[in-house]
Every structure is written in structure tokens, then in C-alpha cells.
Design a protein around this ligand. Structure first.
Ligand SMILES: [Fe+2]
Ligand SMILES: [Fe+2]
Length: 258
């Protein structure tokens, strides 16, 4: 079934409204925000360098601190602070983790389900499995980050032995003739023989888009599991000098000029 046309029109309209609101808010700032290339690449050709002419700055400075349009973050933010103040409603993640818990999977698998799409909800959608794994790598068992990295690839490949079929949603999203890129197929061939394959496969099994609207899941249900399996740095995510601290800082300050 194709993606409904009215949904496409609605999202275009709400995108236009959001852009108008965003530009009004940006005008009201006393600082100039220059969007990162990644924000606009595709909508505009990235080789068109942003205009930094003095006329455009109109006497204002460039934003190098908190963006007043975003919720303020604590000085030493925790994973829960990011869920609360930066991640889009994480219903899909909470529902996935709830399904994993209900199915009796171990706590590391539940955590992997809870975090599997944090890149989608808070950072970058394209290649989200890889970005998501990098975001959590220093803080979780390698089984968890490996599974998060692999789930993006494994979603494209059925494993009937465990009851995982190619997602009907992907037929709707990408068309019946879509085939994953060769680099995804190559990654899949390596991943299916990996010792943590089944952990990643369990993410895909609990990674469903059809939710029961009568069920609400509370982050509170996962606080203990996070406490036991996510090594929260004392300095806060973004400030512990880890290999991915800069990525968390970018989520805190996505509009900083440098
Ligand atoms: Fe995903
Ligand atoms: Fe997902």
C-alpha cells in the first residue's frame, strides 16, 4: 500500500509551518544562526556556501552558546536528560523496550532496544545504527553497541527461523522493488555470523511500527536497567572526554557556529 497522499500533503504543510515559525524565531534572536550543511543538504545544494556577508549579520553576532529556542540542559546531563530535553517523543523506543521486557529478554537486550534508534530521534537519521552505536559505545557493554549498530542492516533481511520477516512497513516506505545497497548486503553477510547476531536480531524482532495505542510506557520502567547497564559519566554526557563526547555536545548545541 503506498504512503497515503494526504499524509504526504499534511507533512509538507506542517513542514512549511514549522519553517515559517523557525524563521520568525530566528529573526527574534539577538544572535545569527547559520545552519550546519547537514540541516539543509538536499533541500539546497551544499556547494552553495552560506552567505556570511556583513549585511546578513546586520551587526549581530553568531550564536556560540545555548540556543534559546531549545530547552536548557543541565550542566552534567544524563541519558535521561537527553531523553527529556532533546529526543523527539521516544514512544517507539519505549514500546520496543517494553516488548523486549515482556518477551523475557535479558537486560542488555532491553537496553539495546531502548537505545536502538536514539540517533533517529536525536541526531542523524541516515546510517542511524552506526551513529547510535557510536553515541553509546563508551558507556555500554560491547554486545549492546554492536547490536545497535547491526540492527539497521539486519532490518532489511528476513530470518524466518526466528520469525522475522522483511517489514511490511519497508514495502510501504521504499516500494516493493527496493533493494539495500551493496555495502549493506556486505555488512549483513559479516553480521549474520557474529557472536552477537542474535542480540541485534532481537532488536529487529521488537522493532515494530504498529503500536497498541492503549498502552503507555513510562521511562521509569527502565531506570533500574539503565542504572545497571549504562555507565553514566560523572561529568555528564558531552563532558567526559570520551571518543563520542563531541557528538553529545552537538546534540546539546546543534546550532553553535563552531
Ligand atoms: Fe532503527
Ligand atoms: Fe526502530
Amino acid at each position: 500500500m503506498p504512503y497515503p497522499v494526504d499524509v504526504a500533503v499534511q507533512s509538507r504543510n506542517s513542514l512549511a509551518r514549522a519553517e515559517a515559525l523557525e524563521s520568525a524565531m530566528a529573526m527574534a534572536l539577538d544572535k545569527v544562526v547559520i545552519k550546519s550543511v547537514l540541516y539543509t543538504s538536499g533541500e539546497i545544494d551544499p556547494t552553495r556556501f552560506p552567505d556570511l556577508s556583513p549585511a546578513r549579520l546586520a551587526g549581530k553576532r553568531l550564536l556560540m552558546s545555548d540556543d534559546p529556542r531549545l530547552q536548557p540542559m543541565p550542566k552534567a546531563p544524563t541519558l535521561l536528560d537527553f531523553f527529556k530535553h532533546r529526543f523527539a517523543p521516544a514512544t517507539h523506543l519505549l514500546q520496543s523496550a517494553r516488548l523486549a521486557l515482556k518477551a523475557g529478554h535479558d537486560e542488555k537486550t532491553v537496553l539495546a532496544c531502548l537505545l536502538h534508534d536514539i540517533s533517529v530521534v536525536g541526531f542523524i537519521r541516515s546510517e542511524h545504527g552506526y551513529w547510535g552505536a557510536q553515541l553509546v559505545e563508551p558507556y555500554v557493554d560491547e554486545e549492546v553497541s554492536w547490536a545497535i549498530r547491526a540492527h539497521q542492516v539486519l532490518r532489511f533481511f528476513a530470518d524466518e527461523a526466528v520469525g522475522y520477516s522483511y517489514p511490511e512497513a519497508y514495502v510501504q516506505f521504499f516500494g516493493a522493488d527496493f533493494r539495500p545497497d551493496p555495502y549493506i548486503e556486505a555488512a549483513y553477510r559479516k553480521m549474520r555470523d557474529h557472536k552477537y547476531y542474535m542480540t541485534a536480531r532481537l532488536i529487529t524482532l521488537n522493532d515494530v511500527y504498529a503500536f497498541d495505542p492503549s498502552v503507555t510506557v513510562d521511562m521509569e520502567d527502565f531506570i533500574d536497567i539503565i542504572g545497571r547497564h549504562f555507565r553514566q559519566p560523572e561529568e555528564g554526557l558531552g563532558f567526559d572526554d570520551s571518543s563520542c563526547a563531541h557528538m553529545w555536545r552537538t546534540i546539546i548545541w546543534p546550532t553553535k557556529f563552531l
